[in-house]
Design a protein around this ligand. Structure first.
Ligand code: HOZ
Length: 419
């Protein structure tokens, strides 16, 4: 299949990190998934820690999501008109993330962040955006410098085809470094429309915000009349019901969502203060639209997913993820392999480097060859980890302690192979 795919699909994949180039070998072609397990086209099964890169917080083919989707499909798959599921999801997003007074659904995280920045520029009548090394905000031109995810994986400082004039209005700073942000704002503050940040970075491995970083950004934005945008495409409804902003107690002006709120279907959303959101068409002059935006199948999948995300679900995720973190750290230690682990809730980052890993520079110190070796060993033993050290290991409510213990036992073998 991969050979056939390479003949008709660029690199044989629909998104670059999937190609397994960073870890060697060939991508799995997934035939089906159930709970924490996926089966490839050859019939091999794997415990899945990729989970479609984050959306599947309940695991694969969750019965509640599946039946909601089937019911909606029978009623029709797309109308290009408002629907009740869309309204209910908007209400649920507002209830859970109160800083989102009004929301606009789109089809991907990229659409959400690019629309949020356009909106911030319109609201402030300013051009520049401050962003952070190793954060990834999708593939809109203005975000493609020193970004995480695929650009980090393939060591690309930027992307060909992006105009210098676009990049020149993006200022990229080290994550967790509030002093550099303060310094930049001394000179450029009056031109900065927005600061955009992943409040929990999940595209350079997992890097949590240090105490004072997010609140410092909030303060700097306030002092300079800039907007603060949280890209919670990964962390939204994942690290807690109200996302990273609830967990760390810092409220942005605009939030971008995706992944979990679509329950495994293509969804993004951006929302924030009413006075800002009112600038979006048809209420205001900021244009943004989409034929499949608010797609009812995606909306019911999102609703069914959020229905399951109770306090108990987050407690389970926390316990499982803690066990995995501890187990991996101990297994590496016993094999004398230097690793460092970062974790926020069910987002786990494994770095083959001495810690602490607090920014992109630290993350890039990780031994990529060791990660590749580890990945191959784990895959061979039936455990599917992200095929890049710059991505996040995700857990779902479908994983159990038994799967985590098996994973840790396999990791002990894999670490020995890396030693
Ligand atoms: N947006 C994902 C990185 N966090 C990559 C998704 C993919 O390549 O499939």
């Amino acid at each position: 299949m991969f050979r056939r795919a390479q003949e008709v699909m660029v690199g044989g994949v629909s998104s670059p990190v999937r190609a397994f180039k960073a870890v060697g070998g060939e991508p799995l072609f997934i035939a089906r998934g159930l709970g924490p397990i996926v089966w490839d086209a050859d019939g091999n099964s794997y415990i899945d820690y990729v989970l479609s890169w984050g959306p599947l917080i309940l695991g694969h083919a969750h019965p509640g999501v599946t039946s909601a989707v089937i019911e909606q499909v029978r009623k029709g798959t797309s109308f290009g008109a408002p629907t009740e599921p869309e309204l209910r999801l908007a209400e649920e997003v507002h209830r859970s993330v109160p800083s989102i007074e009004a929301v606009r659904f789109v089809n991907s995280g990229t659409e959400a962040t690019m629309s949020a920045l356009r909106l911030a520029r319109a609201f402030t009548s300013r051009k520049k955006v401050v962003k952070f090394e190793g954060c990834y905000h999708g593939h809109a031109d203005q975000f493609l410098t020193m970004a995480g995810s695929g650009l980090a994986t393939f060591d690309l400082p930027s992307s060909s085809g992006v105009l210098d004039s676009v990049i020149s209005s993006s200022i990229t700073l080290p994550f967790n470094d509030i002093a550099s942000a303060e310094k930049v704002f001394l000179n450029d503050g009056a031109d900065v429309a927005a600061i955009i940040v992943e409040p929990v970075a999940g595209n350079m491995g997992v890097v949590p915000p240090e105490k004072g970083f997010l609140s410092g950004l909030r303060r700097v934005a306030n002092e300079n009349g800039s907007l603060l945008i949280f890209d919670e495409v990964i962390s939204g409804f994942r690290v807690s019901r109200g996302g990273a902003q609830e967990l760390f107690g810092v409220s942005p002006d605009i939030t971008c969502l995706g992944k979990v709120i679509g329950g495994g279907f293509p969804v993004g959303a951006y929302g924030g203060r009413m006075e800002i959101m009112r600038l979006v068409a048809p209420e205001g002059p900021v244009y943004q639209a989409g034929t499949l935006s608010g797609n009812p199948v995606a909306m019911v999948a999102g609703l069914a997913t959020l229905d399951e995300l109770t306090g108990k679900a987050y407690a389970t995720l926390e316990e499982l993820s803690h066990s995995l973190e501890e187990g991996l750290a101990e297994a590496a230690f016993k094999s004398s392999v230097q690793v460092s682990l970062n974790r926020v809730g069910s987002m786990v980052g494994l770095f083959f480097a001495e810690g602490p890993v607090r920014n992109f520079k630290d993350s890039k110190r990780g031994n990529t060859a060791s990660y590749a070796k580890f990945h191959r060993s784990m895959l061979g033993q039936g455990f599917y980890l992200p095929p890049s050290p710059f991505e996040t290991i995700f857990l779902s409510t479908a994983h159990t302690e038994s799967e985590v213990s098996r994973t840790v036992r396999a990791a002990s073998i894999a670490f020995k192979e890396c030693a």
